[in-house]
Design a protein around this ligand. Structure first.
Ligand SMILES: [Zn+2]
Length: 487
């Protein structure tokens, strides 16, 4: 997408001009030809409201009146949602080029308004069509190819480029999540090694099955037993501040398909399970975006990758397997496999990568979706500073988070009669018990567990999220990393 700036008088020809209005302040002084439409009361400026107008002459084929809602309620998120509505309206008209006006507000700065609008337009300008067949020829998606921001200073172009790079990171995750399950292991490996080849401050190491056996990562190997594809552990590091000891390690669950194993999922339970590697994609996407932005921070992604398949060789409920850190785990449910692969990855990272903190991303439990729904992620931590920074990042990006308790009394449910732990402690407080299990693998390292099973994969498009993979987490983490950079 080509991004430029121009003055109102010198704006280029385009398919569309987006004209934003706050609710209750719809006036046509800049566009007198809109007066009849405004006077009719058909357009009130409610948030996300849109109306097209076709001028007889001028630089654009269409004007799109865009409602921003009430100015006193204006926020970064309300601006994002409004511009997402504009972007969808533009897509419906197969618009390729747009001139865009940015509102003014006493509440938000010009820069904040510009960035929120830009982020949203970029996020909505997405289509995953590689798996389409004939329907693509008949009805190809048309996306914006050229955007000109009107009355925006040239010096703001770097903000726009930055927003674009972050959204590229989001698309990286969406593309990986939306792809076919059978192609995901190769795609994750390829994405990590390709990026390292092209970026001098990034290194990637991939442990194959033989190396996982040498390292005695018994839990990743157990989960992998029912799959034809070999497992791997991807470690991708970006050193943006070699002089600093701070090293943030992100660990992402990479179950490329989750059948549930011998505790097979039933009914529609499997339909969304190609998204069970969203954690792996998110941590890799975050590291790559941090590198693209040149953040002065050291951050590593660790992604245990395997399918949880089903086969004569599958790992079995009742059997006991030994983790990388020596703890033994009695399998009480083969569908609680994410915590197993994360257990090995977290303990490997804690022991070998000298992390100043560990943050894991996992589509870990259905229980978190029952508790918080499709739009909010749960997180668990005992570290107040990490918690504060995460909540600030959540507020800034609109990627919603809610802190859950790591209630230690529930640990009893995770004890085994014949091993150190069980991997599943029953339905009640399911996501808390998942967190308590993971806590056994992080040692004394400050740690956050993010259970984002809800917002990573959604059935319908909403605001700036497209259907299926949303890429939730990259924007949150980049904002979080920038906060750590400033500390
Ligand atoms: Zn599972």
């Amino acid at each position: 997408m080509k991004i430029s700036v121009a003055s109102f008088g010198e704006r280029p020809k385009a398919d569309l001009l987006i004209v934003p209005f706050w609710e209750g302040h719809v006036d046509a002084h800049r566009f007198p030809m809109l007066q009849p439409l405004v006077s009719s009361g058909d357009f009130k400026g409610k948030q996300g409201e849109t109306a097209f107008f076709y001028p007889e002459n001028g630089s654009e084929t269409r004007l799109l009146l865009l409602g921003l809602g009430k100015e006193e309620k204006g926020s970064l998120e309300s601006i994002r949602r409004a511009y997402a509505a504009a972007s969808r309206a533009a897509q419906a008209k197969k618009v390729r080029s747009a001139n865009i006006l940015v509102p003014t507000s006493a509440k938000l700065s010009h820069e904040q308004l510009l960035i929120a609008a830009a982020e949203s337009l970029f996020l909505t300008n997405y289509s995953f069509s590689k798996l389409k067949g004939d329907s693509l020829k008949d009805n190809p998606p048309v996306l914006l190819e050229q955007i000109t921001w009107i009355d925006v200073e040239k010096s703001s172009l770097n903000h726009l480029e930055r927003a674009k790079k972050i959204v590229d990171g989001v698309f990286f995750v969406r593309n990986l999540v939306n792809d076919n399950a059978d192609d995901k292991t190769a795609a994750l490996k390829e994405a990590a090694s390709h990026f390292a080849q092209n970026h001098s401050h990034v290194t990637t190491e991939i442990f194959d099955k033989k190396r996982l056996e040498q390292e005695k990562m018994g839990l990743i190997l157990a989960v992998n037993r029912g799959s034809k594809q070999e497992p791997c552990l991807i470690i991708s590091s970006y050193k943006g501040n070699p002089a600093s000891k701070e090293h943030i390690v992100l660990v992402g669950k990479g179950i490329t398909y989750d059948t549930g194993g011998l505790n097979l999922k039933v009914g529609d339970g499997m339909l969304t399970m190609k998204s069970d590697m969203a954690g792996a994609a998110t941590v890799l996407g975050t590291v790559q975006t941090a590198a693209s932005l040149g953040l002065k921070i050291n951050v590593t992604a660790v992604a245990p990758v395997t399918e949880n398949g089903i086969d004569g060789t599958s790992y079995k409920p009742g059997d006991v397997y030994r983790a990388y850190n020596g703890k033994t785990v009695e399998i009480t449910n083969t569908d609680a496999e994410g915590r197993l692969v994360l257990g090995d990855a977290l303990s490997y990272a804690a022991k070998n990568l000298a992390p100043s903190c560990l943050i894991d991303f996992a589509t870990l439990t259905g229980a978190i979706v029952v508790a918080l729904g499709e739009e909010v992620s749960g997180f668990f931590t005992d570290d107040e500073n990490l918690s504060k920074d995460l909540m600030k990042a959540s507020k800034q990006t609109g990627e919603l988070m809610w802190r859950m308790p790591i209630h230690p009394d529930y640990k009893d449910a995770m004890k085994s009669e014949i091993a150190d732990l069980v991997n599943s402690g029953g339905r009640d407080a399911g996501s808390i018990k998942g967190a308590l299990f993971l806590q056994e693998f992080v040692g004394k390292t400050p740690w956050v567990h993010i259970d984002f099973a809800g917002p990573t994969y959604v059935s319908k498009p909403k605001h700036y999220n497209t259907a299926k993979g949303t890429g939730f987490g990259v924007r949150l983490m980049i904002d979080f990393l920038e906060r750590r950079e400033r500390h």
